[in-house]
Structure formats: structure tokens, C-alpha cells
Design a protein around this ligand. Structure first.
Ligand SMILES: [Zn+2]
Length: 454
């Protein structure tokens, strides 16, 4: 009889244990702990801890070895980092990873695997036409979206064809299916890749006399696709429905039109929707401070600007300093985020560590550039330091995507999106950043990629 009663009691307790979260001395027990490492939270410089605990899809604690061991129960999976670094999962806020995967001979599933191997846990697919939106939604419903994607739905095509407000059928900034949401609307203020046509860089009259023959012949004749007032109407309409807008603008005329349109929409209010300008390649002195003044986010790419020499060839050498002013932009206090844009530019262009190096050194060691023209050398006064570059790929990118409460830093309560790196990019020489390996990628507490060495 006694054994029967205790069995029944044990069964009842077992049932309770299945429902109630198990607790350690200081909080809930973890499903996964990473111990004995360097956990770099990216909240503030020097905020580094020994270990991190994850329960379900969330970070429950970042702390000392002892604090994290306190969260270990019989079912907790433990990984010894042996001194390796843990960072927030990288966020790529402007990429064509999904929509251009087919053109690269990869399925969207294979393209995501490539991103995960490179430590990318969230991304914005910055060119999403109507049929593809439905394809990605169906994929997400089948659990095939493994990177957290924000889709930017196109208002017009890269050739300038207007699709209009079809995006309005979707609700922005909410999870529509697992790991998938609509992040905003993409608008081209200049034509971009369009068949065999050259990219339509638009220059203002202010630069007309500074262009080279090549600049005048091929590109100087390009004008922005919209007037300031027309673009303001497009942004206002999207914003009224709650959609952030990301505007493609490379030339100073495109950028000036885009800044002006956003200014007209905001009318002195804050840029609550975080309207963003993509590329920002030709920045005149008078345009530079306006990002911070208006609260416009600048999304830049450090590696697909292996086009940079080519762009710089459009403008007289004495004006070359207005091309790729990354450090100048950061110095204004603007939100600046770094993306891959075209991750196929070089095989490594998808890699946050290669892209970080390209923000920090005057040349880079990517073998894949052989197929392209030599990558434009970033002038030394436009280098950014590793901390700034890493913030651009984590916390700042999360901010652009309206997800800074969930991702971008390692803090208790946030989603457990993180990477394990073979070395800490803040501690190594910039020359060897590209030798750092991504050993593990975790999205929402799920190990999505793991190198056998870990
Ligand atoms: Zn793009």
C-alpha cells in the first residue's frame, strides 16, 4: 500500500514538474548554459561576462561562472567554451539573401544555412516582390525560415516600375509566421541593377562640375526617380499604415531628395518609424549632418562597395573624399548600421567578420575579389574601430529593424540569439579578423549551426 501511495505521489509531482518551470537558487533552471568564456554583451564597452544561461527561447542570465552554474539542473545542456567569445547573433539589415538565392544556384534554405554558418541570426530581405512574399510566408509556416527575417516589400522595382501600395495587405512589424515579419517598404529613389543597364547614380548640380568624363557620360545624366514631394507622399502613405520605409539612394541627388522627403514627412517630429536611407555613397558636406538632425538611419555596406573604385572614378580625385564617409557619419551621432547588401559580391561578403575588417583596414584579404575590380580602399580617416563596427552589425541593426528590445545585445529577457566565435574580435589585430571562425549559431535557444570543434 505504502509503495502504491508514494508512486501516485511521485506521479503527481512529476506531472507538476512538467508544468512548472524548475528553479535554481536565483532563478529558473537553464536548458543550455555556455560556460568558461568571454560573453560580450555589446550593451557597453567592457561589459564582458564568463557565462550565459538560456531557458526556452530566452536568455535568463549573463554572469559569472558561479551565477550560471546555479542555473544548471539535471537536464541542462552544458558547453565549455574554453575561453572562446560569445556575441549577440549578427543582424544583417539589408541583404538579398532570400530573393537572390535562386540566381546564385542556392535554394532559400541553402542560403539561410550559409547565413547561419556565418553567425547571422536576423536579416532584412531588402527586395521582396508580391509572389515571393507569399513563398516566404508558406516556407515560414512549414518551419523552413531559420534566420529571423524582416521582409521589405518593394514599392517600385530596381528598374523604377511602380508596384504601389500592395504592401498594405500585410501587417508590419509583427510575427506573421515563425521567424518572419514584414519590416517595411523599400523604395528606389534611383534605378539600381536593371538588366544590363548601369546603376543609375544621380548627381546634383552641385557636383556637376566635379564629375569625370565617365561620370558625365554614363551616370551624370541620371535623375532621381521622384521629386522630393512625390517621394514624401510615398513615405507618408506607408508611414500612415505603420510601415518604416527604406530608401535606396547612392548619388548625392538621390540622397538629398530622400532626406528632404523624410524631413517633409516628419515636419519636426521624431523619426518614430526609423525611416532609413540605404547605401549613402556620395555624401556632400551639407548632407552629412542631416541624418542625425532628422533621426534618419544610415545603412551602409563595407564590402559590396568593391564597386567603390568604380564609383569614385565617376568624380574628380579632389572630390573623392565624399565617397563612403562612414566615420564621418558615425561622428555626427547618426544611427549607422552595416549590412551585406549583395552577399554574393564576394563569397566572404556575407561574413560579418570580413565586413568588419573592411570597415577597419585599407585593404582586405578576400580572395574572391579577383573576379571583381580591386576593392576601393577606404581612406584612413574613414576607418571605424571594432566596437563601432560590431555595434553596427548588432545593436544598431536591431534598432533599424525595431527589434532592439528582443535582439542585438545579450541581456536577460531577450531572445537567445547568439554566436560563439573562435576568438574575440575586440581583442585581435584587425589583420586577422577574417581568421576568426563562427563555431556555433543559436537562434531562439535552438542550435542552428555548430562546428565539430566545439
Ligand atoms: Zn540592396
Amino acid at each position: 500500500m505504502r509503495s502504491g501511495r508514494s508512486t501516485a505521489l511521485g506521479g503527481l509531482l512529476g506531472l507538476l514538474a512538467g508544468v512548472v518551470t524548475a528553479y535554481g537558487a536565483t532563478g529558473p533552471l537553464a536548458d543550455l548554459v555556455l560556460l568558461n568564456g568571454r560573453v560580450v554583451t555589446m550593451v557597453a564597452e567592457g561589459d564582458v561576462h564568463e557565462a550565459i544561461a538560456i531557458a526556452g527561447d530566452r536568455i535568463v542570465c549573463v554572469g559569472t561562472q558561479d551565477e550560471i552554474l546555479d542555473r544548471v539542473g539535471t537536464r541542462t545542456k552544458q558547453i565549455d567554451l574554453a575561453g572562446r567569445a560569445v556575441y549577440p547573433g549578427f543582424v544583417d539589415p539589408h541583404t538579398h539573401l532570400l530573393n537572390d538565392s535562386w540566381g546564385q544556384g542556392l535554394s532559400p534554405i541553402e542560403a539561410q544555412a550559409l547565413a547561419l554558418r556565418n553567425g547571422i541570426t536576423s536579416a532584412a530581405n531588402m527586395y521582396t516582390p508580391p509572389p515571393e512574399t507569399e513563398v516566404y510566408l508558406r516556407m515560414a509556416e512549414r518551419g523552413e525560415i531559420r534566420v529571423r527575417f524582416s521582409l521589405y516589400l518593394i514599392y517600385n522595382s530596381s528598374c523604377g516600375d511602380v508596384l504601389g501600395d500592395w504592401y498594405a495587405q500585410y501587417e508590419p512589424l509583427v510575427e506573421l509566421a515563425p521567424r518572419l515579419r514584414v519590416g517595411g517598404v523599400k523604395v528606389f529613389s534611383e534605378t539600381s541593377v536593371c538588366g544590363g543597364e548601369p546603376i543609375g547614380v544621380s548627381f546634383s548640380d552641385a557636383l556637376a562640375d566635379e564629375l569625370t568624363a565617365e561620370g558625365r557620360a554614363g551616370y551624370g545624366s541620371n535623375a532621381p526617380l521622384f521629386t522630393r514631394a512625390e517621394l514624401a507622399d510615398i513615405i507618408r502613405e506607408a508611414g500612415a499604415l505603420g510601415f518604416p520605409v527604406a530608401v535606396h539612394a547612392i548619388g548625392d541627388a538621390g540622397i538629398e531628395t530622400s532626406l528632404g522627403a523624410i524631413e517633409d514627412v516628419l515636419r519636426g517630429e521624431s523619426n518614430r518609424l526609423r525611416h532609413t536611407i540605404l547605401h549613402n555613397l556620395f555624401l556632400r558636406d551639407d548632407l552629412l549632418p542631416r541624418y542625425a538632425e532628422l533621426g534618419v538611419v544610415a545603412a551602409i555596406e563595407s564590402m559590396s562597395s568593391c564597386f567603390a573604385n568604380y564609383y569614385r572614378g565617376l568624380i574628380a580625385p579632389q572630390y573623392g573624399h565624399i565617397v563612403r564617409r562612414w566615420a564621418d557619419l558615425v561622428a555626427t551621432g547618426a544611427h549607422v548600421t552595416a549590412n551585406s547588401d549583395w552577399p554574393w559580391c564576394a563569397q566572404e561578403a556575407i561574413s560579418p567578420l570580413f565586413r568588419l575588417q573592411a570597415l577597419m583596414v585599407a585593404d582586405n584579404r578576400s580572395d574572391s575579389y579577383a573576379a571583381w575590380e580591386p576593392c576601393g580602399l577606404l581612406p584612413e580617416d574613414q576607418f571605424v574601430d571594432a566596437w563601432t563596427g560590431l555595434r553596427m552589425m548588432t545593436a544598431e541593426a536591431a534598432f533599424m529593424l525595431h527589434r532592439e528590445d528582443e535582439i542585438g545585445t545579450l541581456e536577460a529577457g531577450k531572445l537567445a540569439d547568439l554566436v560563439v566565435l573562435s576568438e574575440d574580435p575586440l581583442l585581435v589585430d584587425s589583420d586577422v579578423l577574417t581568421e576568426i571562425d563562427v563555431l556555433m549559431t543559436v537562434v531562439g535557444g535552438v542550435i542552428e549551426w555548430r562546428d565539430e570543434r566545439l
